[in-house]
Design a protein around this ligand. Structure first.
Ligand SMILES: [Zn+2]
Length: 322
């Protein structure tokens, strides 16, 4: 394998810096780009220059998922370098037409949150957050699909693409079997469990995907590969992937148990449970993540038949089965 450089770039988001990866050799490849900000652009150019390259030399950009902290600079880099951009097909609506995809998601969130008891003012504020992210990315990216099963060449070798939904529906991991190297990006992070962000039903489907269940299944699938290292989207690389995944899975089962005991004998909405589980939240972005997190655990509990969904008019409530 030729050199794979981890480059940490600043972002304006609470998550802190994001990691992108420069793979030397042919084709010169960048995995993720960071958001579209002046500081990120300057840091990326500087790091590339230090390694003896510049943005215009890039031939290939692989985007790990559609979140803005990972891809905002892709459009302008591709415009300078004529690099081809690849991403899992699930991301294509986001990347080809951001404005209408965001509108579709906003419509879903508005209805879902309302049905689950979230106060109207908070709904409006959380929707505004989504709007505010628009400035950090381009609306139309010329992206080519990179589905699971495909191999892609960079860093002097062929990498297998794994589709690992959970944190995001279109997230991919890249795997080099010979060196047992995984580029896990936000799927496996060293210090935090990624949020299983709520997403609307996929096109042609009637029900919402259950992203925490996807996340746990796909973490186990990556652990089964037994990577000797996983390069992450934020923070340090992970060397003990199997052990970390076992800990993460156990953590989520414990959190599901905690939600079940908070529910007790009551009948409660997602919003009421979120407030009980996370009483100290004040920031709208944290509310957004906490609601996704609790819904993910309600999905686990429902799937294990430990809770049932019940309706009060339009409103969704949860209780233990009788
Ligand atoms: Zn992400």
């Amino acid at each position: 394998m030729t050199k794979l450089h981890c480059i940490s770039l600043p972002t304006p988001f609470p998550v802190g810096p994001v990691n992108v990866y420069l793979a030397e050799g042919e084709p010169l490849t960048l995995i993720d780009t960071g958001p579209k900000t002046e500081a990120t652009r300057a840091a990326l150019s500087q790091e590339l220059a230090r390694l003896g390259h510049n943005l215009a030399d890039l031939k290939q950009i692989i985007l790990t998922h559609h979140h803005v902290d990972h891809l905002g600079l892709a459009g302008e880099i591709a415009a300078q370098s004529y690099a081809k951009i690849f991403a899992h097909p699930y991301n294509l609506p986001w990347l080809h037409d951001y404005a209408s995809t965001r509108k579709h998601h906003a419509q879903f969130y508005r209805g879902f949150w309302k049905q689950n008891g979230v106060p109207q003012e908070l709904i409006e504020r959380m929707l505004y957050l989504g709007e505010a992210l628009t400035q950090f990315r381009d609306s139309h990216l010329p992206v080519q699909p990179l589905p699971e099963g495909r191999e892609i060449h960079f860093a002097g070798c062929d990498w297998s693409v794994y589709h690992t939904p959970g944190h995001a529906g279109g997230l991919i991991c890249l795997w080099h079997a010979q060196s047992r190297t995984l580029i896990s990006n936000d799927h496996i992070l060293k210090n935090i469990s990624s949020n299983p962000i709520l997403e609307p039903p996929m096109s042609g489907e009637a029900t919402r995907p259950q992203r925490l269940r996807d996340y746990l299944r796909e973490m186990n699938r990556m652990a089964e590969l037994n990577p000797q290292i996983a390069y992450t989207g934020h923070g340090e690389a992970v060397r003990n992937v199997r052990e970390l995944v076992a800990r993460r899975v156990a953590f989520h089962h414990r959190r599901a148990d905690a939600i079940l005991s908070a529910l007790g004998a009551r009948t409660m909405s997602l919003w009421e449970l979120t407030q009980e589980l996370f009483p100290a939240l004040t920031n709208d972005a944290d509310f957004f993540l906490a609601i996704s997190e609790v819904q993910g655990h309600l999905d686990l509990l429902q799937n294990d038949q430990r809770i049932v969904e019940t309706f009060h008019g339009e409103k969704v409530l949860w209780k233990r089965p009788t």
